[in-house]
Design a protein around this ligand. Structure first.
Ligand SMILES: Nc1nc2c(ncn2[C@@H]2O[C@H](COP(=O)(O)OP(=O)(O)OP(=O)(O)O)[C@@H](O)[C@H]2O)c(=O)[nH]1
Ligand SMILES: [Mg+2]
Length: 319
């Protein structure tokens, strides 16, 4: 089987997490229209088991055989690593996020650099230089072709093609799936023979509790505008599993008192909506009935607090 780790890197909001979900075929990472949604490196696993046909069905002898059968597909496991959007961090959270993305580049067998618009300088240039410096083979993905003018696509293509850094360039729509199978086929061809790192039915390696806080954060971000989303974090206060029901209590943190009011909404309506949407999705994803209780608390400037970053899982403890 071919196997390996593939990093997905780019500026915020270009569609990294949407592409990850499309390639894995399940929702592994949350996605929103707000930049800087992803705050951790998130692994999504695609596995295609080897397939063998019976000796009895195999007409031509002498070809590659396993015990009694002819291999028709040697199988593949690709572990995709979605990363936080690279940006100029104005606080410790932003710096930790960009660091996480940069570190991923050094632990993968291939890199997908993803862009969604034409820009020669600024942030795209910065990420491009990061990607260029890493040793793994690289693919450029020009995403959102479903809403991109052909002229812009061509400009992006020419800009990066002339750089001579990428093995291949794909135009995709991570949203509709256009050209994603072709991209995956190419990625597979870039990987060497390797072990199966994860069991066949595993699509991610993060714990259920992480999924819970992420889904709540997604639903919260979705109903907020502008400044508020960046200061949102979700923490589990209680988690109790019984055979019939999982009871979960979570705190949504924000940075300002005025934000708290916005999240709760008139007569608590907004918070209720967040809770309902999160509960419904979690019940579907976890396959169990859920009782979800949410509170909103203010924690000023938590994005500049090392302690808060550790507590919320946005920074790893130094060894
Ligand atoms: N039209 C269109 N929209 C897309 C496509 N891919 C992603 N989007 C949208 O772009 C927005 C951002 O997508 P994400 O997948 O969250 O982007 P990201 O790069 O992971 O963003 P960060 O985690 O913030 O760095 C969402 O609203 C997606 O629905 C695409 O191919 N076409
Ligand atoms: Mg993302």
């Amino acid at each position: 089987m071919r196997s390996g780790f593939i990093g997905i890197i780019g500026r915020p909001n270009v569609g990294k997490s949407t592409l990850l979900n499309q390639m894995v075929g399940e929702k592994v990472a949350i996605t929103t229209d707000k930049p800087q949604t992803t705050r951790n490196s998130i692994r999504g696993i695609y596995t295609r088991m080897p397939s063998v046909i019976d000796a009895a069905d195999s007409a031509d002898a002498g070809t590659a055989r396993t015990a009694g059968g002819k291999i028709i597909d040697e199988g593949c496991q690709m572990i995709f690593i979605d990363t936080p959007g690279v940006h100029k961090g104005r606080n410790k959270l932003g710096q930790a996020m960009t660091e996480m993305a940069a570190n991923t580049l050094y632990e993968v067998d291939a890199v997908i650099f993803i862009v969604d618009s034409y820009s020669e300088k600024g942030g795209d240039r910065y990420v491009f230089d990061m990607v260029k410096a890493c040793e793994a083979p690289k693919i450029l993905v020009i995403n959102k072709i479903d809403i991109m003018e052909p002229d812009e696509y061509l400009k992006i293509y020419n800009l990066y093609d002339s750089a001579g850094v990428f093995d291949e360039i794909y135009g995709t729509s991570a949203l509709t799936g256009k050209n994603v199978p072709e991209l995956m086929e190419h990625l597979e061809s870039m990987l060497d023979e390797g072990p199966m790192y994860f069991p066949e039915d595993m699509i991610t390696d993060y714990p259920e509790r992480f999924l819970v806080t992420e889904i709540i954060r997604e639903k919260t971000l979705m109903c907020l505008d502008e400044e508020v989303p960046h200061g949102i974090a979700v923490e589990i206060e209680s988690y109790e599993e019984t055979p019939k029901l999982t009871r979960i209590g979570c705190v949504i943190f924000c940075e300002k008192k005025s934000h708290k009011g916005i999240i709760i909404g008139k007569q608590g309506k907004k918070l209720k909506g967040i809770g309902k949407a999160a509960r419904e999705e979690l019940e579907a994803l976890l396959g169990t009935k859920i009782y979800l209780e949410l509170w909103v608390k203010v924690r000023e400037n938590w994005r500049d607090s090392d302690r808060a970053l550790l507590e919320f899982g946005y920074k790893e403890r130094e060894q």
